[in-house]
Ligand binder design. Sequence first.
Ligand code: ZN
Ligand code: ZN
Length: 348
Amino acid sequence: MRSVALPPETDALLVTRLHNIRYLTGFTGSNAMLLLLGGTRAVLYTDPRYTVQSKQQADCAIKIATGGLGKAALKDIRRRRIVKLGFEQDHLTYAQYESLKKELPLSAELVPLSGFIEKLRTVKDDAEIALIRASVDTNSKALANALKRLKPGISEADFAAEIDYQNRRLGAEAPAFDTIVAAGPRAALPHAHPGSTKIAPGMLLIDMGAFRDGYASDMTRMVHLGPATTKYKKAYKAVLEAQLAAIHAIRPGAKTSAVDKAARDVLKAHGLEKEFIHSTGHGLGLEIHEPPRIGRKDKTKLEAGMAITVEPGVYIEGWGGIRIEDTVLVTATGCEILTPTSKELREL
Ligand code: ZN
Ligand code: ZN
């Protein structure tokens, strides 16, 4: 159980978001609530399917509820005479809220909280960093293995399946998101769904990630089947330069908007700023998209221990797109690129 200092305006916090429960207790079941009482004191509520698993994974108090988790938690909240109960405003249903309001004594107060645990999750501890590193390494090995089977004529969907298969064989439990494989002009769609399009000589965008022991990795690489055109080479060089500039701007205390700007400025110098249509990156951990966002207007200050992606790209309708993405760890002195896969322009 992780130790958590409760927000001063609460005497307990009802956690209903499963990723946050996993972060705090290690419990990975699909049905749970957690009553956080401060420090390492907490009660985990789950159902009989998880009687054994909850004991193996969580070292806090555990209650196996047969008549609904909310009811069991309410009983404790009343018995413990909790007056100011924090709840996760983005992860409690209206029905759950209504029932809390109805069942709690009139003197009790419900305190809405937004992103409280998520904020703690942005800075990873050593154990989490080791898991992210392992996830990133697995993902890179999976790409190397899959590329051995890449040849013109196979479909995007086939190649995406090969990537997922390789990740799974290497120890990942699931893709971190729907693997993106986009050939030729389809690479102009930043979130293309791999389909029946046959991979032909030309550019290929691959965006892939794995969940390994719960932690995500995220990487985008381009490969070019056959010799690349001058236009492709120029655009690739510009995106890589933008990506390296953004990485260079990463250090504790730097604003995420400054990292975004570093990438954007380079693309502007190449006349490609209008083709960069998304933000530069995002945090990742137990989820593939976590705070902080690395965008134009985001003012979060980076801290050592944050794991983020850096993924500028350019997209040109009818031609294609180029994106290069690494998973990067903010360190005390700057940052470390975790992704080991080369970013040299690659022609197969
Ligand atoms: Zn990605
Ligand atoms: Zn990403």
